[in-house]
Design a binder for this molecule. Structure first.
Ligand code: NAD
Length: 335
């Protein structure tokens, strides 16, 4: 199968491409604009494969994207290209609206025009997998049940609102035009190659340099954390076995507060890097509380039983084992 992946130079997209090239026979076409968040070095181990192609393009540039569809004739699209950092969306929402909403609309239209001309059986077998987030369900009270696929959408930030809009467009393109789409909503990912503006890599790298570990507000915001390779296996299961028109939550059922996450990182660093920067006695001493993010959601939690029951997926890593792998990876790849 030829799989066109948007945003393949991202943290999650690159993990998906490494998996597809190393562990399957599929061909991958990576379409990425290469924004600040992209990192082609994360694809070094697969870039010389005969099954890997790269095209630098903006998903909003429909003419160029159409040409890429004509050239490669994909059997599936996995759409990951996005602006993904909540803090950036608060400072400047325009890019989020453009890429996440207008870009998804534009990609859906190009895909639809291509798909409508496919002949059977390729037309029925075609898939458009849209990779989204648990943040679309919004803030959950501490006592509330985790969000299920039929929970109402209530996004809080410009980022989550733009992803929610994209999810609705994808569903509409299925219902209205019959495009074979599936939506996935995943919790917070962590693992190797994550851009160091996100919580876990930021804390690891700051601690190693003896810099402060800034915690928003009281640090009690709760997230469900999933090791990125578990997310990738889930996405592959959805591509191969997922039911068209459905959405699947992907989560680990491991809720942790931000402060717990940072304490766990510090504990691991005490064990793995006992030789600290001169200004540091204990890594936890670097924790500093800073002003909270506006509109900061207190809790996201996902009910991921549907994908477990229907597709047989479950995470292989615990938070603890995944975090150890992640910290070790950053220690081995400081550059
Ligand atoms: P990222 O921020 O690391 O990278 C985004 C990628 O998209 C970059 O390679 C960038 O160059 C590309 N891109 C941005 N705008 C583009 C455009 N207009 N055209 C083409 N390419 C463009 O992303 P990530 O954190 O790996 O997330 C990937 C996807 O997974 C996103 O859709 C995100 O919403 C979703 N997601 C992420 C998480 C998470 O914890 N990181 C959790 C759930 C869902």
């Amino acid at each position: 199968m030829k799989i066109l992946i948007t945003g393949g130079a991202s943290f999650i997209g690159s993990a998906l491409i490494r998996f597809l090239i190393k562990q399957t026979e599929h061909t991958v076409i990576n379409v990425d604009k290469l924004t600040y968040a992209a990192n082609l070095a994360s694809l070094k181990t697969v870039q010389s494969s005969e099954c890997y192609y790269f095209e630098q393009a903006d998903i909003c540039a429909s003419g160029q994207i159409s040409e890429i569809f004509c050239k490669y004739q994909p059997d599936a699209v996995m759409h990951l290209a996005a602006e993904s950092h909540v803090d950036r969306s608060i400072k400047s929402a325009g890019e989020f609206i453009q890429t996440n909403i207008v870009g998804t609309y534009s990609l859906l239209e190009v895909t639809r025009q291509y798909w409508e001309h496919l002949l059977e059986p390729r037309k029925s077998a075609f898939r458009f997998i849209h990779i989204s987030t648990d943040e679309v369900y919004g803030d959950l009270p501490l006592t509330a049940e985790p969000s299920a696929e039929n929970s109402p959408y209530a996004p809080s930030s410009p980022y989550s609102a733009s992803k929610a809009s994209a999810d609705h467009l994808v569903r509409a393109w299925h219902r209205t035009y019959g495009l074979p789409t599936i939506v996935t909503n995943c919790s917070n990912n962590f693992g190797p190659y994550q851009y160091p503006e996100k919580l876990i890599p930021l804390m690891i790298l700051n601690a190693l340099q003896g810099k402060s570990l800034p915690i928003y507000g009281d640090g009690l915001q709760i997230r469900d954390w999933l090791f990125v390779e578990d997310h990738i296996r889930a996405l592959y299961d959805v591509l191969i076995k997922g039911k068209v028109g459905e959405s699947y939550n992907i989560g680990s059922h491991q809720e942790k507060s931000n402060i717990e996450v940072v304490y766990s990182i510090c504990e691991l660093l005490e064990e793995l890097v006992p030789n600290k920067p001169k200004n540091v006695q204990k890594y936890v001493d670097l924790i500093t509380y800073v002003q909270d993010r506006p509109g900061h959601d207190v809790r996201y939690a996902l009910d991921a039983t549907k994908i477990q029951k229907e597709l047989g997926w479950k995470p292989q890593e615990t938070f603890k084992s995944g975090l150890r792998k992640t910290v070790n990876w950053y220690l081995d790849n400081k550059e």
